[in-house]
Design a protein around this ligand. Sequence first.
Ligand SMILES: Nc1ncnc2c1ncn2[C@@H]1O[C@H](COP(=O)(O)OP(=O)(O)OP(=O)(O)O)[C@@H](O)[C@H]1O
Ligand SMILES: [Mg+2]
Length: 378
Amino acid sequence: MACVELKNINKTFGNIEIIPSVNLRVEDGEFVVFVGPSGCGKSTLLRLIAGLEDPTAGDIEIAGKVVTDLSPKERGVGMVFQSYALYPHMSVYENIAFGLKLDKANKGRVREWVEKTAEVLQLTSLLQRKPRELSGGQRQRVAIGRAMAREPQIMLFDEPLSNLDASLRVQMRTEIAKLHDRLQSTMIYVTHDQVEAMTLADKIVVLNGGHIEQVGTPYELYETPASLFVAGFIGSPKMNLIPASIKSTNPGRSVDVDVCGMGTVTVERDASHMADGAAMTVGLRPEHIRLSVSGPDSGLEVVNVEYLGNEAYVYLEMPGMDDLVVVRESVPCQIRAGQRVALDADPERLHVFDADGHSLPRVQPQGEDDSVQQAASN
Ligand SMILES: Nc1ncnc2c1ncn2[C@@H]1O[C@H](COP(=O)(O)OP(=O)(O)OP(=O)(O)O)[C@@H](O)[C@H]1O
Ligand SMILES: [Mg+2]
């Protein structure tokens, strides 16, 4: 069992509080990804788990045992750093074998293991080189190999693929997924890459200013972000966050929302705590907006169309919004810059947030309530 538990973790550098209080449980064998803006505390949390930093308050448990006062070595954790340091005087082979040698494993087994690892990481032809003779991406792969050497129960990765080119990154992503399947070790992985987060994670932890905004499966975070912050953070291109206001509420049932550029939309959300006229925000993913060409004096102006080959992004100017609205269109795309367009979307695709940025709770459709009651009374 190698679950990891953070209990009321607080971290202060000097008099600056970086992490106010984090509580998190990572299950045995789980692949957890930390995401969040630069400086939000992702690396600090990993370093705390590894034992490279001491928490100012709180406890860290590994496999049910408090490890807060244990040294990194005693924690059974392997880590690949954001700025990884290889031993400069050692070859790639020796760097990868380093962990194994310390374990005094026999020579034949070390060779077999290093060769297998080098093959997985595409380093076979580089085994005799020194780190200074490698590219940044090659060094990063050696660092991953070295962390894999002990097959630790817990592996921590801090943006391990950030120096790789796009195609190697895709290959390595698959290799890391395979590695996780094979080792069944608990993995905590920091990345700025949306695709890595969505594809690798069992569970994503979204961090903002040292606190946890939301924890959930990739599906949960994409489909039901709990806050504006998560809504804007998960997904690429970003979810459009459009100013709106409440026209009228039907408490516990639905709310009529005036959405800039779309008119009035009825959504099945509970806005009973909000007054008519209250400002709010509607979130719409780029793939959920439908565009139709409108008259020259109506609708929104298309300022740019980006052709990506497999799809196109259409950018619109929306009054009251700093960001442009982005819409994903299939190709060939008939819409051109300078045209005016109208927006439309299925009401169930709308994400609705109150003035504090909290998602409005969904309500059960009336029909479902009735059928549940009917089933219960039968
Ligand atoms: N040793 C330190 N002393 C003082 N401040 C620190 C120290 N280490 C980190 N910080 C500060 O703590 C905050 C969190 O840093 P951290 O490295 O955890 O961010 P991050 O989320 O990993 O960011 P990035 O995505 O840029 O890597 C930052 O404001 C950073 O300046
Ligand atoms: Mg970092």
